[in-house]
Design a protein around this ligand. Structure first.
Ligand code: NAD
Ligand code: UDX
Length: 464
């Protein structure tokens, strides 16, 4: 097997950063360099104050603090790191295409291709290239084709090693993964490359949890896992709407079905709709691939997961408007939470963005508080939608640093993210300072319903 002394990871984002930090912590003999074109992001990873690293994840600061400068490095010198490493992870973003054919559906692979071309240009000795980004099935083929045309005799092996970490629990997920998946070619060189990567994970992951497959199974397993997970959320959210009509309670239904060991209790939490950078993007990508093979029924089946999620987000906003006597014009609606889930500062595809946008269309004034998201990010998320000009977004949406100020004189509060601290607030104090009747729309079924009703709130949750 190839002796690995240096690893390079291209892309210092939500996946590249935490993943490499854990590899560096667990493999002190290997030098791990994470590179990115974004100099600001790299500077933040290198910030002396560990609280300033660009990603908020419980436990990440400690690990970066331990390994950084020892065998973990963050750098903008992409070429140098590629040149020196035996093993190169590609962990760049693969967003949904916003132009051309497949617009709004297919994965945009331009960043991946740039990486492949750069590796091809720089490599002077044999390398293993690992797809860590989530990619459409058969992307490895394209990468291989680019790498095999260097003309300088360098041999490449391409592995697929999708990442299954969830944000907010990234460190725990990386330290104790349910499984690690490695796909490679079936030929001898392919098997050797697989073994090289297995040996790295085996520093801390039990061997029986490291699964090896062919490249295509590995690539498709990642899309499938996210599609199944998202489908559970859309399924319980679909039932939540029926619960609201029938007097059933979705929490009770989820509990009752989750005790069936074939169904299992996890990922059955009704919500304001799923967000995050992965679920929607990966399902759209799956749908696009199915359509490109003419598999219309399969494509439609999975697309319904997205349609249901869009409906769940929209109906939450509509319900606020209709409950507030059919008008929210110039009313103050306080949003507690902007991140797509708790324990992360990531806001990509967060339901809060779309619901705020709908409510501003209804001329509401939105007040936002999130413990880890700053005003610049909130405005960037709204501006990105291009629904209205940037001045209007700043006029209608205000971001606060104190939750009590956020709720002061509000007509209604909407819980968008399930941050633990929200449940611990002084809800009597919040009530006393609100307009009456005081409404709470709990998009996460987080708060104590009986307590809030006793204080005097008109409280509505999802699915009851
Ligand atoms: P991200 O946007 O946080 O990070 C990607 C980084 O790559 C950016 O900092 C960008 O500047 C950098 N980059 C892009 N092109 C580059 C190039 N040519 N050279 C150097 N740097 C370059 O994205 P992410 O959330 O870390 O996701 C990365 C991949 O991992 C995606 O394919 C995603 O689908 C997948 N994934 C994400 C998660 C998650 O929870 N976020 C989980 C599993 C898999
Ligand atoms: C997901 C996958 O879980 C992870 O394995 C993959 O690597 C990346 O995509 P992530 O998007 O970070 O991870 O978070 P996840 O915990 O899956 O939550 C996604 C969204 O679904 C969040 O908005 C969350 O609030 C929502 N959700 C999740 C629910 O509404 N109900 C649930 O029961 C679970």
């Amino acid at each position: 097997n190839m002796k690995v002394t240096k690893i390079c990871c291209i892309g210092a984002g939500y996946v590249g950063g935490p993943t490499m930090a854990v590899i560096a912590q667990k493999c002190p003999d290997i030098e791990v360099t994470v590179v990115d074109l974004n100099a600001e992001r790299i500077a933040a990873w290198n910030d002396k104050d560990i609280n300033n690293i660009p990603i908020y994840e419980p436990g990440l600061g400690e690990i970066v603090g331990e390994a950084r400068g020892r065998n973990l490095f963050f750098s903008t010198e992409v070429e140098k790191a590629i040149h020196e490493a035996q093993l190169i992870f590609i962990s760049v973003n693969t967003p949904t295409k916003t132009y051309g054919s497949g617009k709004g559906m297919a994965a945009d692979l331009k960043y991946i291709e740039l990486c492949a071309r750069q590796i091809a240009r720089i490599a002077k000795d044999d390398k293993i290239v690992v797809e860590k980004s989530t990619l459409p099935v058969r992307t490895a083929e394209a990468i291989k084709s680019i790498l095999n045309h260097t003309g300088n005799g360098v041999q490449f092996q391409i592995l697929s090693n999708p990442e299954f970490l969830a944000e907010g629990t990234a460190v725990q997920d990386l330290l104790h993964p349910d499984r690690v998946l490695i796909g490679g070619e079936t030929c001898e060189e392919g098997q050797k490359a697989i073994q090289t990567l297995v040996d790295i994970y085996a520093h801390w992951v039990p061997r029986e949890k490291i699964l090896t497959t062919n490249v295509w199974s590995s690539e498709l397993s990642k899309l499938t896992a996210n599609a199944f997970l998202a489908q559970r959320v859309s399924s319980i959210n679909a039932i939540s709407e029926l619960c609201e009509k029938t007097g059933a309670n979705v929490n009770e239904v989820a509990r009752a079905i989750g005790m069936d060991s074939r169904i299992g209790p996890k990922f059955l939490k009704a919500s304001v709709g799923f967000g995050g950078s992965c679920f929607q993007k990966d399902i759209l990508n799956l749908v696009y691939i199915c359509k490109s093979f003419g598999l219309v029924e399969v494509a439609d089946y999975w697309e319904q997961v997205i349609i249901m999620n869009d409906h769940q987000k929209r109906r939450f906003g509509n319900n606020i408007v209709s409950t507030l006597y059919n008008t929210v014009a110039d009313k103050k609606i306080a949003f507690l939470g902007w991140a797509f889930k708790k324990d992360t500062n990531d806001t990509r595809e967060s339901a809060a963005i779309y619901i705020a946008d709908d409510l501003v269309n209804e001329q509401a004034n939105i007040a936002v508080y999130d413990p880890k998201v700053d005003a610049d990010q909130v405005y960037a998320d709204l501006d990105y939608l291009k629904t209205r000009n940037v001045e209007k977004n700043r006029k209608k949406v205000t971001v606060f640093e104190d939750p009590y100020e956020t709720c002061h004189h509000a007509h209604a509060i909407a819980i968008m993210t399930e941050w633990d601290e929200f449940a611990a607030y002084d809800w009597q104090r919040i009530y006393d300072n609100m307009q009456k009747p005081a409404f709470v729309f709990d998009g996460r079924n987080l708060l104590d319903e009986a307590k809030l009703r006793e204080i005097g709130f008109i409280y509505q949750s999802i699915g009851s």
